[in-house]
Design a protein around this ligand. Structure first.
Ligand SMILES: *[C@@H]1O[C@H](CO)[C@@H](O)[C@H](O)[C@H]1NC(C)=O
Ligand SMILES: *[C@@H]1O[C@H](CO)[C@@H](O)[C@H](O)[C@H]1NC(C)=O
Ligand SMILES: *[C@@H]1O[C@H](CO)[C@@H](O)[C@H](O)[C@H]1NC(C)=O
Length: 360
């Protein structure tokens, strides 16, 4: 119809065509407005992703893989060099100071929850131990929980380390490595987590890396995993075609010298991602080649791209949430993970969800 109008309009336009054109323009406008409001709010963190939807996936993946900063294989026996800015000191052999080498043999988990947390944050660990970290059995599936720590950086680090030792003896759930625990070292924490899993927990089916300030619905997570792929599987809140932040004052700044493409590879947001236990070994291998940037989730995305393994979208877009979801028993019974405004919310929401009675 529009074409008919184009032809006609070469002669003289009529009002029917004009109104048709107005209609088309209005529809396009409506779709754009819908994209603007729905996509960023419902599906993911960033509006950039919506823009990126216009790019074909294959093209983006190939371009990104071609421009990853790779290095020839280095072994962890090689001398450690201080990293350039925006890269972290990895691969490097970090030593375990606190370990639970028999945890997985003993508990035989289907799923193991790995929670990075700063050494001084005992409160967050206790909150988790008393809430979602206490859910050790879902149906016939065992769930284990471990906390990941680096070295305390604060002044009173000796006292802190003493306390950690006691906490570890009491709860048997701390894994500590000898790198400084800091925001810029999170990629190291993630990599030593993968190393730990590949050595001590190969027989588990899935692992989830989940931040300590998250609300987690363990039942819903196990339910999703019962019908999930068993290999090459990573899911969570997946960002595709997210824009690289080039503003030096941004928390996630990456200069072009470190990563040239304007878009990140597809990756699962660090607040909580789930993966099958065949992946740690593969990702560790990839990390010997792809230079580790300090943004841990983006770095895993780079490794996945290098391996040619896609990140899987969750079965439902509302399962993982980057913005705190307003509490409502029905809503929370159907989601897997969400950020919350406070540790108190995290605890109260979990308690309310355990109360007997129908959810919805
Ligand atoms: C994994 O399972 C195999 C076979 O069941 C067993 O021989 C091995 O010791 C297990 N490994 C761990 C770390 O539990
Ligand atoms: C990261 O850890 C390494 C090893 O402990 C340390 O040399 C480096 O200074 C740390 N980086 C930051 C930014 O804390
Ligand atoms: C990415 O590039 C590396 C070499 O740079 C290659 O070994 C790997 O197979 C590539 N992956 C994909 C998915 O093209």
């Amino acid at each position: 119809m529009v074409e008919d109008c184009e032809k006609q309009s070469k002669g003289q336009s009529n009002s029917r065509c004009r109104s048709l054109r107005l209609y088309v323009i209005f529809t396009v406008f409506l779709v754009l407005v819908l994209c603007y409001y729905i996509i960023p709010n419902e599906m993911s963190a960033s509006w950039a992703i919506a823009v990126g939807l216009l790019l074909p996936e294959k093209f983006a993946t190939q371009t990104i893989n071609a421009s990853l900063n790779t290095v020839s294989v280095v072994t962890s026996a090689e001398r450690w060099k201080p990293p350039e800015p925006y890269y972290v000191a990895y691969p490097y052999k970090y030593n375990l100071l606190l370990n639970e080498p028999e945890k997985c043999q003993r508990e035989k988990p289907f799923l193991i929850l790995m929670v990075p947390v700063s050494p001084s944050n005992t409160a967050a660990r206790d909150a988790i131990r008393s809430t979602w970290g206490s859910e050790r059995l879902v149906g016939d599936k065992t769930v284990s929980v471990l906390f990941l720590l680096g070295l305390p950086t604060s002044e009173n680090r000796d006292t802190l380390q003493q306390n950690l030792l006691q906490e570890s003896e009491k709860n048997h759930d701390l894994i500590q490595n000898d790198f400084w625990d800091s925001y810029y070292n999170l990629t190291i924490k993630t990599m030593v987590m993968l190393e730990w899993l590949s050595v001590y927990c190969q027989n588990a089916s899935y692992a989830m890396k989940i931040d300590s300030d998250m609300f987690l619905n363990v039942k819903k997570l196990v339910e999703m995993l019962q019908s999930a792929p068993k290999q090459n599987y990573m899911t969570g809140l997946v960002a595709r075609h997210a824009m690289v932040l080039r503003d030096p004052s941004s928390k996630w700044y990456l200069p072009k010298t470190v990563y040239k493409p304007p878009l990140y590879p597809p990756y699962a947001l660090g607040l909580g991602y789930v993966f099958s236990l065949d992946l740690p070994e593969k990702l560790i291998k990839a990390a010997q080649r792809v230079k580790p940037v300090y943004i841990e989730d983006v770095f895993l995305g780079m490794c996945m791209t290098h391996l040619g393994i896609g990140v899987t979208d969750p079965p439902d877009g509302s399962l993982f949430n980057v913005f705190p979801v307003t509490y409502n028993r029905c809503r929370y019974s159907k989601l897997i993970a969400t950020t919350t405004h406070s540790m108190n919310d995290q605890v109260e929401f979990w308690k309310d969800l355990q109360r007997p009675g129908p959810y919805c």
